[in-house]
Design a protein around this ligand. Structure first.
Ligand code: MLT
Length: 324
């Protein structure tokens, strides 16, 4: 009797989940962006969600910015949400890997979130306010060394993309310039334009429009190739800091326990979105590299996350990086 009931209930649960997936999404879906509006993560979420909505049968996708602790507050909120596919965690190398080596998180960053899909990779740009008296990277490094006590570097918090990139930059040039933390590089770039801070190592998609507008200055892209959208900006290798290569990849996750077929629907929507020529152009114009098709599976994202954790966690722990 008992086993028949258990079997019946299992069948029912399976059927319910199957039915859920069939009708998914039947209400608005929320993407939690763990940084301030107007920044690179927010802009990527908005660019992708507009097209994902179409792929998901026209269902509304809401962007909710939940900021703080270099994205850990927003990721925690998402990780604790119902595992039904209606709450998606947007993030990147910083929020879903690096922060695991810095913050004591109330969940397992790798195993309590199910990967959905990679979205794109963003090389960094070394940018300064226009008032910095340097015309190229060599002069900038000299100026930073002379002004270590006065200069400031903007970040989106300890562990953010802008922070671990600047940490790497400073370890290469041998400076210890203090960081100014913002709730995202959206607000940080505003202060750079206004001359409140001196430098950001920022995702290209965020600073490129300001560079092209002549409001800030760029010294190099942290990649082996120049940005197609900005061929005038040298690579760091060409500019005199060979090997300073770092990029921030972004992706989507859902809480652990979300039905596999719901994840498959979300993944299919991302694949369709990133194959759209208009989305490709929009992201390409700000320097975002779209992953190859075979990198767009949930399994590929899981493997990437694990291999990056294996690479970065020992470095971050050895550097003794602590939350603010
Ligand atoms: C943002 O959207 O503000 C950035 O992703 C922050 C960062 O990690 O640099």
């Amino acid at each position: 009797m008992r086993t028949a009931l258990a079997a019946g209930l299992m069948l029912l649960a399976g059927a319910t989940t199957g039915a859920q997936a069939q009708t998914f999404p039947s209400k608005p879906v929320t993407i939690i962006v763990p940084f301030a509006a107007g920044g690179p993560t927010d802009a990527l979420a908005r660019a992708v969600s507009e097209r994902m909505r179409q792929a998901l049968g026209g269902q509304t996708i809401v962007i909710e910015n939940v900021t703080g602790a270099a994205g850990s507050i927003g990721v925690t909120r998402a990780a604790r949400s119902a595992p039904d596919g209606y709450t998606i965690s947007m993030g990147h190398l910083g929020t879903h890997v690096i922060n695991g080596a810095i913050y004591t998180l109330p969940f397992d960053l790798i195993n309590d979130l199910e990967p959905v899909a990679l979205l794109g990779s963003n090389p960094m740009l070394i940018v300064s306010k226009n008032a910095v008296p340097a015309k190229n990277l060599t002069e900038l490094i000299a100026w930073l060394k002379e002004n270590q006590g006065k200069a400031t570097i903007g970040t989106a918090g300890i562990g953010s993309g802008a922070h671990f990139s600047a940490l790497y930059f400073q370890s290469l040039i041998g400076t210890k310039i203090p960081y100014v933390a913002y709730r995202g590089t959206g607000p940080a770039i505003q202060d750079l334009v206004a001359g409140q801070i001196d430098l950001i190592v920022d995702q290209a998609s965020n600073s490129l429009p300001q560079v092209q507008g002549g409001r800030i200055r760029a010294y190099g892209v942290t990649d082996t190739k120049r940005l197609a959208a900005a061929p005038d900006i040298p690579t760091v290798d060409q500019a005199g800091l060979p090997g300073f290569h770092v990029a921030v990849w972004s992706a989507l996750w859902v809480p652990k326990g979300t039905p596999k077929d719901v994840i498959a629907k979300l993944n299919a929507a991302v694949v369709e979105t990133l194959a759209d020529p208009a989305v490709k152009k929009r992201l390409g114009d700000v320097g975002v590299d779209i992953p190859a098709r075979e990198q767009l599976t949930p399994e590929a994202l899981r493997m990437l996350q694990k291999s990056e954790a294996a690479k970065w966690w020992p470095m971050i722990k050895a550097a003794g990086v602590k939350p603010e």
